[in-house]
Write a new protein. Structure first.
Length: 79
């Protein structure tokens, strides 16, 4: 499955959440780039966040963030 622009934007929004605390949410403002507003809506529709404009990760969203961080860690250049 190729990485579509839509999927990329969803991952981009997901990665804005802190991996250290489930108490830290995010807010995607109405005047943000349209693709980010749509990505937040998509994540909400998929049950990964609790509000259409950000909010907090759901349990499923926390799992998705862990996978996304693991993948980016594997793909990051070795230092």
């Amino acid at each position: 499955m190729p990485l579509s622009q839509t999927l990329y934007e969803e991952i981009r929004v997901l990665m804005q959440f802190s991996p250290d605390s489930i108490q830290e949410g995010i807010k995607v403002h109405n005047d943000a780039a349209p693709e980010l507003v749509q990505a937040a809506q998509n994540l909400f529709d998929k049950g990964l966040i609790d509000r259409h404009d950000g909010g907090y990760l759901t349990d499923r969203g926390q799992e998705a963030l862990q996978h996304a961080r693991a993948l980016t860690g594997l793909l990051a250049p070795a230092e």
